[in-house]
Design a protein around this ligand. Structure first.
Ligand code: NI
Length: 276
């Protein structure tokens, strides 16, 4: 099903200026250059999941992955107008302590929807929504071109995100921050949700209780809501927990980038501590 709101969203291009006059938020060449530099400096292996519409869809993984460490998958850039996610992942890479890799095996999908990113638009070049058409709750939605590529690696992504999956989004209409969390063993939000929301409110005020996108939200959280998204699909596929963070597009872009990186760090730290 195509939602009216989604069509309205996709007509519009959302661009921001990066701090320090570094250029616009949709500068794909600059993003790729910085990503490859950081990946090389940090000892990451860069794999190609794409191409999609002729563009790279990279996956970053560790060569030094140890079997006895928790495995965490972080993905960003599903929606092209939510560009603080991918830039936040660069900030995360820039500030990640090297010791982290002795505690957790990370895998990163820094930019799932490159054609949306370069256009500053929500959907991909064909107008497909890369974060719909996944698993339970997908209804009649079909996976996008990006979704089909990722689904071809589905078993592997599930294994790489066994102990936690984080998807990094923004809500361009929002002034407040919130999260969708999946703690499938629980009926009420637990420590994962608390850790993410604690970090989120260091940066922005939490979304008021009520409804967000038609979903009940309480304390800044939409809980265990299976909506046909990537993170809902992986949660349903048996990973320990999953979450989707949302930074507010009506706030300063530079602060959103810092918040995204902080939320990625908080997610990893919580997963490491939960693993014991
Ligand atoms: Ni989104």
């Amino acid at each position: 099903m195509i939602h009216t709101d989604d069509i309205l969203f996709d007509l519009r291009s959302w661009l921001w200026q990066r701090p320090d006059n570094l250029g616009p938020s949709n500068d794909l060449a600059a993003f790729r250059y910085e990503l490859l530099e950081l990946a090389q400096a940090g000892g990451w292996i860069v794999e190609e999941i794409g191409p999609v519409f002729g563009e790279s869809l990279p996956l970053l993984r560790r060569a030094d992955a140890a079997a006895d460490l928790p495995r965490v998958l972080i993905a960003s850039g599903f929606h092209g107008e939510e560009s603080a996610g991918p830039w936040g992942m660069l900030e995360f890479l820039r500030t990640l302590p090297a010791e982290c890799h002795t505690q957790v095996t990370l895998t990163l999908l820094p930019l799932v929807n490159p054609t949306g990113f370069s256009a500053g638009k929500r959907f991909n070049r064909l107008g497909e929504n890369p974060n719909r058409g996944w698993g339970r709750g997908k209804g009649d939605d079909q996976p996008s071109a990006e979704g089909r590529l990722l689904l071809a690696h589905g078993e592997r992504l599930r294994a790489l995100g066994r102990d936690g999956v984080l998807a990094c989004h923004e809500d361009v209409a929002a002034h407040h921050t919130y999260a969708y969390t999946f703690e499938p063993e629980r009926s009420v939000p637990g420590q994962l949700t608390a850790a993410l929301l604690n970090e989120a409110q260091r940066h922005f005020a939490l979304y008021p209780d009520g409804l967000v996108d038609g979903c009940p939200i309480q304390g800044g959280c939409v809980f265990n809501h299976y909506d046909g998204s990537f993170e809902a699909w992986l949660s349903d596929s048996g990973v320990a927990c999953a979450a989707c963070i949302e930074t507010p597009g009506q706030q300063d872009f530079g602060q959103r980038v810092i918040a995204q990186a902080g939320l990625m760090q908080a997610f990893v730290a919580q997963r490491v501590s939960a693993f014991g």
